[in-house]
Design a protein around this ligand. Sequence first.
Ligand code: ATP
Length: 235
Amino acid sequence: MAMLELNAVEAFYGTIQALFCMSLRCEEGQVTTLLGRNGMGKTTTVASIVGTIATRSGEIRFDGEIINAKPAYEVAQLGIGLVPEGRQIFPNLSVYENLVATAANYSGSGNPWTLQRVLEFFPRLSERLNNQGSQLSGGEQQMLAIGRALMLNPRLLILDEATEGLAPLIRQEIWRRLEQLKQSGLTILLIDKNINEFVHIADRHYIVEKGSVVWQGDSAALSGDTELKSRYLGI
Ligand code: ATP
């Protein structure tokens, strides 16, 4: 059984349909990616999973349980953590406050993420503990957004454009951290444009075009298909 499964999900913004028959699976312990050009429905897919947009039809299952109709806070409590597009850290709270404000051990982990563990994982954050979110660099804000999501101790971590606008060296640091998280057993759903940089840590890929999946396959199949990448991803 997949940890997360979407079956024929449809979602709308008013009368505009954004998801058409969206289906995908995230297997436990794997890194799954959602790829596709801007406006194709990746963020809407994430919103439907985390419960911030209502689905009109189809099924979303987490550990086998249907979660479509659940409000966002219940989905978080089930163990789905989100690093949202645009980071959305609290700009007027300190790094410390950002990390502890929503912390919880939702997965009931025996070795939960704590403030100390997050600061060891992202040492730059410990140097900035009393700075406000708005005073951080883009890379530090992203580390904070990931640290905040880890403090919920999710079983599935979703990252929506986590490296957008970051310098290559900072992106490398984020990929290294995600690789460590994968090695620790965390299941990850990743949306990102820098495919060539993370393809080695990913297991399965889904390409989204106009609200549905047009291709799926493993990293070897994706890497070897230049025509596919240029057609759907523009790279
Ligand atoms: P991006 O990387 O640019 O965020 P995306 O693949 O994540 O792209 P979505 O943001 O999911 O795409 O958008 C899917 C479709 O839904 C697009 O046609 C978009 O214009 C539309 N859409 C997204 N948000 C809204 C909204 N709040 N109201 C109306 N339409 C929306």
